[in-house]
Write a protein that binds this ligand. Structure first.
Ligand code: GLN
Length: 343
């Protein structure tokens, strides 16, 4: 029996093992912690706290999130005082569009990259975004703690980067409902975390999106966008020129969505579409402060390493370029995808 709407393809991501990474550069300014768990596949992982970051990272009472039906976790990431309830209006007003510079946590020994709800939101290889961030950070000597959070688990509040993927209509509604009820992502955003959200994930961090029958569904209001359902699906390759303020190469990706999105005054369009649909009005994606959403799958950060590095710089500051030898596959992939649509 299928319970899914007829959108977004099969909605499944091929199981991807964790890539082997080059040894962290000893010359990097970060001291990566020893990897936990070696090369086993990425699974839900609640890391030891070994930040020497600000107070609040290491102590406190556990369990500040009460996600309905969630499995209780002995989760040190949940330690710390209950965050003040976020004020959406305030946080949006404070969050000016544009790169926001360095994360409040300077020189973390490992970046915590939290992948939200891979069981609901992971179409078209969105796991690649996690793999790519991890790889590009490690090649600069920055350790990464990947943390997968399924929809029956609370979202930890102390991550550095949060990833949301695409999804079919009903899983998208369910994800929005759970994230709103849990509050972990909203709390993380209010303390300055980076969010990278794709397609269904992009729509649900806005104020409203179209549900399976087109009905309005309330989003998380973390980014000033609103989405509804368009007349037809946007399916296929997409190319878009990025807002020059962000200083990165044009985007290449794959899209499959019925949603159309309007970017409000509290955010800026990420890019201008030269091929494909994007937001549905000639623009593609949106960003404000450290929150960035896009319709691009493919997965987006694999096809657009400049975008991956942009997210990393928002957390870790300026990064050195990678050696040519480490960029060969990425460049080849980009060249192939762009050539395929320029013919
Ligand atoms: N269900 C949403 C839509 O069709 C998002 C699809 C997706 O994430 N690929 O607009």
């Amino acid at each position: 029996m299928t319970v899914l709407g007829d959108d977004a393809g099969s909605g499944d991501t091929p199981a991807a093992g964790r890539p082997r990474h080059a040894a962290p550069s000893p010359s990097g300014s970060y001291v990566p912690p020893p990897m936990q768990g070696g090369d086993e596949p990425v699974t839900t992982r609640i890391p030891r706290i070994d930040y020497d970051g600000p107070a609040g990272y290491q102590s406190g009472s556990p369990g500040s999130l009460a996600e309905p039906g969630a499995r209780p976790l002995a989760d040190p990431l949940l330690a710390g005082a209950e965050p003040a309830p976020p004020s959406f209006g305030e946080s949006r007003a404070e969050r000016q569009p544009g790169p926001a510079g360095r994360h409040a946590v300077d020189r973390p020994s490992a970046l915590r990259v939290v992948w939200i709800y891979p069981d609901l939101l992971s179409t078209y290889g969105d796991r690649g975004n996690l793999i790519m961030l991890e790889r590009r950070a490690r090649l600069r000597g920055i350790g990464v703690e990947p943390i997968e959070v399924n929809s029956d688990q609370p979202v930890p509040q102390q991550g550095d980067i949060y990833l949301l993927g695409g999804g079919e209509d009903l899983p998208q509604v369910l994800a929005a409902r759970r994230l709103r009820a849990g509050g972990g992502l909203t709390a993380a955003v209010s303390r300055g975390a980076v969010v990278f959200a794709v397609c269904a994930g992009y729509q649900l961090i806005g104020s409203v999106f179209g549900g399976a029958q087109g009905e309005p569904v309330e989003g998380l209001s973390l980014l000033d966008i609103s989405s509804g359902r368009g007349d037809r699906r946007g399916v296929g390759e997409i190319v878009a020129e990025v807002d020059p303020a962000l200083g990165i190469d044009r985007l290449t990706g794959f899209e499959n969505h019925q949603g159309v999105t309007v970017v409000g005054p509290g955010a800026r369009p990420l890019a201008r579409v030269t091929l494909g649909t994007g937001n549905g009005n000639g623009t593609e994606g949106a960003y404000a402060g450290r929150i960035l959403g896009t319709y691009l799958h493919g997965p987006a950060l694999v096809r657009n390493p400049g975008l991956a590095d942009l997210l990393l710089t928002w957390v870790a500051g300026t990064l050195p370029p990678l050696p040519d030898a480490q960029e060969a596959w990425t460049r080849q992939l980009r060249a192939e995808r762009l050539a395929a649509v320029s013919a």
